[in-house]
Design a protein around this ligand. Sequence first.
Ligand code: C2R
Length: 190
Amino acid sequence: MENKKNLFLSTEQLPTDQLPTNMNPIVSIIMGSTSDLPVLDKAAQFFDEMEIPFEMNALSAHRTPQEVEQFAREAEGRGIKVIIAAAGMAAALPGVIAANTTLPVIGVPVKGMLDGLDAMLSIIQMPPGIPVATVGVNGALNAAILAAEMLALGDANMAQKVKAYKEGLKNKITKANAELKEVRYKFKVN
Ligand code: C2R
């Protein structure tokens, strides 16, 4: 992510060969504020890479409570399969969404104040009956991967893509070990 301006490129500004043909979103990314967008960029990049159509909107349980409820109640009917909800500070947003839908909700605590601990505890400590699958602070990439894994349960093509992605992670460690081989210490024997 080079600069903030790039995050706001409209689809008109994207090269046409990069535009998805099926524009019906199956994942909805909701953030409490556009100030959370730099964190959610990782999820958006992942969905682009995996060719998963998604939507991104800002809604706030504190600032727009009625709109949050309406969004959550209508999401399933619009074909959304998984919701990723991200918020910082007193992060009520994922829980309020989860209270109004039976779609799986993945919560992303955004680091703002208190190193993100405030948001993490707000999102993770849901009362019994209203689960929010919470990833780590600023863990938008993991939220996106988890969403893809959920979608893969009913989609063999998606399952293949997720497997390939995870297989690709091994290369990182193979490369790391090749690099570590070159690191010299007097008593290092490999
Ligand atoms: P601003 O940058 O807009 O002041 O927001 C947002 O997710 C953001 O991290 C500051 C922080 O407030 C969070 N926010 C929530 C909610 N709405 C906004 N936690 C909510 O409804 O939970």
